[in-house]
Design a protein around this ligand. Structure first.
Ligand code: 15L
Length: 263
């Protein structure tokens, strides 16, 4: 399967590209920076907030069968910056997909789309949008855009509400929210391969003993996580912010240190 991966030079992008190549995918990376040395797939240097650049990428690399959209600033910024980074990029990709007949997008959304949701026994994928930051607002809007294009054009879109993508968990919260590198590849592979998902939202975490986000929708289309943050628990020190971080889905993003004017 030939797929375009945006943000291919980023931390999650590098891991996902190499994992997909190992699994037999034909990968084309897209990023603002040139191809990392040794990259085994095709490459397009450009900004996916630039609709013309995105169209050129699709013109150059024909016969794409899917898009994995990982590009985007992973933290808090002003509202316009967040909208450009997450919503405009998604829009440019969706328009190019429609123009070029590409039928599937897998999107790196985030737990911060529902980050202001108080902790409860189990967080379902049907939790209403409740962002904790402008970053979360932009993720909610990007998910809504995917939904619109699925309804309008009949494409497939899987939004992955990723937890904490890290080599290993470093805080008590991350013992619940960790997504291992290998499980991230498993998750993207399952989202690309699932038959007819339509529009789907799934949580992207490993099978953490302390996890409390519902993994059943992901498992239903073939995401079987193998890693558990608990194996690192003895190396994770308790911290003064643990209680506050565990009160809401979004952990530290809920904190007042993230409050800022929108514009
Ligand atoms: C995310 O979506 C962010 O990109 C990352 O910076 C972390 O905050 C992560 O979620 C998390 O919740 O741990």
């Amino acid at each position: 399967m030939k797929v375009l991966v945006t943000g291919a030079a980023g931390s999650i992008g590098k891991v996902v590209c190499s994992g997909l190549i190992d699994r037999g995918y034909d990968v084309v990376g897209l990023d603002r920076t040139p191809s990392p040395s040794g990259f085994e797939g095709g490459w397009f240097t450009g900004d996916c907030a630039d609709k013309d650049a995105v169209q050129h990428a699709f013109d150059e690399y024909t016969a794409l069968e899917g898009v994995v959209h990982l590009a985007g600033y992973p933290g808090e910024a002003s509202l316009p910056e967040e909208l450009e980074s997450h919503v405009h990029t998604t829009a440019a990709l969706l328009d190019a997909m429609v123009d070029h007949g590409v039928r599937r997008i897998v999107y790196a959304s985030s737990n911060h789309a529902v980050g202001r949701t108080p902790r409860r026994d189990e967080l379902g994928v049907d939790a209403p949008p409740r962002p904790d930051t402008f970053y979360g607002v932009a993720k909610v809007a990007a998910e809504a855009l995917l939904r619109l294009y699925v309804d309008r054009y009949g494409i497939d879109a899987v939004a992955l509400r990723i937890g904490s993508f890290q080599p290993q968990p470093e805080t008590v919260r991350q013992l619940s929210t960790w997504l291992s590198h290998d499980d991230a590849v498993r998750l993207v592979d399952a989202a690309l391969s699932a038959p007819d998902p339509g529009y789907a939202v799934v949580y992207g975490i490993s099978k953490n003993t302390r996890g409390w986000w519902d993994l059943a929708p992901g498992r239903a289309f073939g995401y079987e996580p193998q890693d558990d943050a608990e194996m690192f628990a003895s190396a994770v020190a308790e911290g003064p912010d643990d209680r506050a971080e565990n009160a809401f889905v979004g952990g530290p993003f809920v904190d007042a240190s993230h409050h800022r004017p929108a514009l």
